[in-house]
Ligand binder design. Sequence first.
Ligand SMILES: Cc1cc2nc3c(=O)[nH]c(=O)nc-3n(C[C@H](O)[C@H](O)[C@H](O)COP(=O)(O)OP(=O)(O)OC[C@H]3O[C@@H](n4cnc5c(N)ncnc54)[C@H](O)[C@@H]3O)c2cc1C
Length: 511
Amino acid sequence: MPPTIAPLAHRVLPRCSVSPTLAAASSLSCSSSSFSSLASNAAAHGRAIHTSKQRPSPPMPASFDAAVTSTAQASTQAVGEQISAPSTPKKPSPLSVLPLSCILRSLMTTTVSSSPILLGPSMAIMTALAHSTNPLLNPDRNFVLRFFLKKTFYAQFCAGENEREVRHTIDGLKAIGFRGVILGYAKEVVLKDEEKKNLASFDAASRKEATAEEIRAWADGTLETVRLAATCDFVALKFSGAGLEALADLARQSPPSPALADAIDRICQLAVSRGVRLLFDAEQQAVQAGIDDWTMTYMRKYNTPERAVVFGTYQGYLKASGAVLSEHLRQAREGGFALGVKLVRGAYLGSDPRQLIHDTKEDTDVAYDGMAEALLRRQWMAPLTPDSGAFPAVSLVVASHNAASVERAQAILASGTAATTDVAFGQLQGMADEISCKLVLDAKSVQPATKQADACVQAYKYLVWGSTGECMKYLLRRAHENRDAVERTRSTRDAMVAEVLRRFKSVFGMA
Ligand SMILES: Cc1cc2nc3c(=O)[nH]c(=O)nc-3n(C[C@H](O)[C@H](O)[C@H](O)COP(=O)(O)OP(=O)(O)OC[C@H]3O[C@@H](n4cnc5c(N)ncnc54)[C@H](O)[C@@H]3O)c2cc1C
């Protein structure tokens, strides 16, 4: 490690402070909308409502509490632990922490996404807006279009267009009880087939065309994002956003150009100095091996032996993910640094080579849960490849909207037997709110002095910021994801309907 970096890299990141109490969250706004008293919502402990449908069996219990308890118990038995289920008769409805404006907007989005009639035209319009070069279809130039999108889909999924809006949204989430946010800058490149083929053949002339301006724009946006984030927040970054030269280097598994390497170092150093942690996103297979190489370089440079500043992303849907993760764990052990792991299932099912991906969703689920358990327990168990050496320190982000996976990881943490305690849970803003809000409530129920408090659940929301036009590709990806996970989208829609009904009844004293 160069001497200039070492003092920064070894500065111990401050531990996150405990979130404010729920009652203190009475003035939160979600995105830029205001809402009525949260404190009264939080105090209203109505019947819980979420019915997860992610796994076909066992049959769904009648209530959310029952669902959570039974799933947690099943998970717990599956991992061979005895965890006593809380005997409190009534728990708050998880969604009670959300402002009504958020509930209604989420209801609108999930209704569109789960309706075969509404979805087709909506997707066509979103696709046109995300890819069109016509100024009339550019929300950054068409005021009416921008107004409509900003109040609806943008508000549902994004943080804001400028510092004031972003801070307002983040403060709101923290006031609800989220430990922090995962903040991303909207600019992204999604490769077309032709572009993927051309990547490996970029020559020196083409490289010259990739201007320093591309790198500067990406670096400025990412540095600004790190400045917007606070201690204990994460910043997510996509190397593909750094331009064509970065893409070509990633595809060839070459190191980043000197200009880009300098920019990444500046981003890492700023993150270390602010106590912010960096999540390097996983992308399409055409560039993922290169991303892994770069990620390991910066983990080696900036992660301490105990805790990660830089995290790589591991896509559980890849048949090779267990082997790749095992290899990186070995490199971390040998290099004496903590491995930062963001665990996802994988977002490129439609574009990555199908033969590299598990044959069934169930296989992906097994791989994901197996990796999460291995990392939490720090044991070389499947799907990791066997190893007789020590297991390095791990910092883990469980990034998933899958209720069963989240509950399973929570159950291991709650049992007090997890060897990894630097664990965060992340869901995208505007998605799976019923899971996120339950994580928030669960974190609040842990007594600060107990053993579990150290491993207490840390709930995060992933938000992207940027102008409405810049966020269109991100919004399109969310639309695709909602369409592809229609069961989960319906589950969220039903949860929102039930929450609206619960609030309606509580107004008339019927809840
Ligand atoms: C905070 C956060 C950060 C993320 N960052 C990234 C990232 O950097 N890179 C990235 O690629 N994704 C990322 N994702 C998206 C993620 O990969 C998933 O697409 C998304 O979260 C849906 O998976 P799930 O775990 O929520 O659960 P589920 O909805 O239960 O799982 C859906 C996923 O299962 C897999 N799957 C579905 N059908 C099949 C099948 N027939 N065969 C095999 N597998 C199947 C796919 O991966 C699909 O996305 C992120 C998600 C979150 C919440």
